[in-house]
Design a protein around this ligand. Sequence first.
Ligand SMILES: *Cc1c(COP(=O)(O)O)cnc(C)c1O
Length: 429
Amino acid sequence: MHERSRQLFEASQRVIPGGVNSPVRAFQAVGGTPVFFREGKGAWLVDVDGNRYVDYVGSWGPMILGHAHPEVLSEVASAAARGLSFGAPTELELEMAELITTSLPSVEQVRLVSSGAEAVMSALRLARGFTGRSLIVKFEGCYHGHSDFLLVKAGSGALTFGNPTSAGVPAEMTSKTLVLDYNDPQQVEDAFRRFGPEIAAVVLEPVAGNMNFVRPSQEFHDTLRRLCTEHGSVLIFDEVMTGFRVGAQGAQGVFGIRPDLTTLGKVIGGGMPVGAFGGRRDIMARLAPLGPVYQAGTLSGNPVAVTAGLATLKRVLAPGFFDTLGKMTTTVVEGLVREAGLAGIPFCATSLGGMFGLYFRATVPTTFAEVMTSDKEAFNRFFHAMLRRGVYLAPSSFEAGFVSAAHGPAEIEATLSAARESFAQVRAD
Ligand SMILES: *Cc1c(COP(=O)(O)O)cnc(C)c1O
């Protein structure tokens, strides 16, 4: 059923390293051949062999309105007809900045970039420039893009500095990054007691979506906010995934936290390359051309990309959008739990807004270590069983899932009937 995908993957591997332009697409975690897609419409994807799938990846988050939304496409087409790029300011960028700053009260000023990784990298430089300090605190299992300082895992002890997780990153680059356990307030207390005056920034996913889906405690958030304030460190919420995805005010709205800086991406581009970082006016004032922290981009604020983002955000910010999306997501997740229960499979799931986690274990994990104890083999069998039955899940048990506004009762029905057979097959294998 995947003949053409297999041929294309073969050919791609000759001219593209691993056949893909971003590693997780290669299906290494689940095995088998990645599916090559031809088109998408609403909640559905069609692959190059003509198979149809209900999509729960949504391009890893951006496609919150579903694929090829007609009005978004028509706005993008008009923008493209007016010119693809000017390298000079446009009214669209002002509109986007006003939309972001009115939606997120913590963001007083914002700068647009072209990816999530670029947004976080720039926010960290700004935090260091603002504080005049070098140390960064991050958390195991949180992903912030592929920049050198952030490709790091914990050192040998809780309060030792990190080691690179990628070849090509000199140890010096990660020697200023402290990697702590997510959702462990005590470790953060200890780190600040020891290094407080040297900590430039604490960066985290305020709901983690790159180690499956992990919702931290309110105490964790409150502790981070209090310690950063006490020590003059910059609290950075990396909301590249959660921004305009878990709620209209992102995770900061859900937890009632005012971060100093926020990074955005994914949904704010609606499927085109847009990222952003913003926050306190006094911090943003340190950025070039006003201040000494340099940051720039030829295609930053690109008019076509920003149009796709604006067209998406306006619909996402309509009253009731997240109520409906949240209910749809809950229905999917509860249905999956019910089907797994009927099949007698240890399984649980949870969601927030249009984002969810599926776990092949008995209870919802709250730490990276707990996520790591889920049954990866069971997930992989389930993944392939669902794929054969026309449901496209993220090809790894360490990724969050996404529901779009285009998912409705018909898609849920198709998903749950596929799940019934797939869970039965997982048990039988
Ligand atoms: C996806 C993601 C990034 C990286 O964004 P890119 O657009 O892939 O560079 C950074 N942080 C988080 C939390 C993400 O989910």
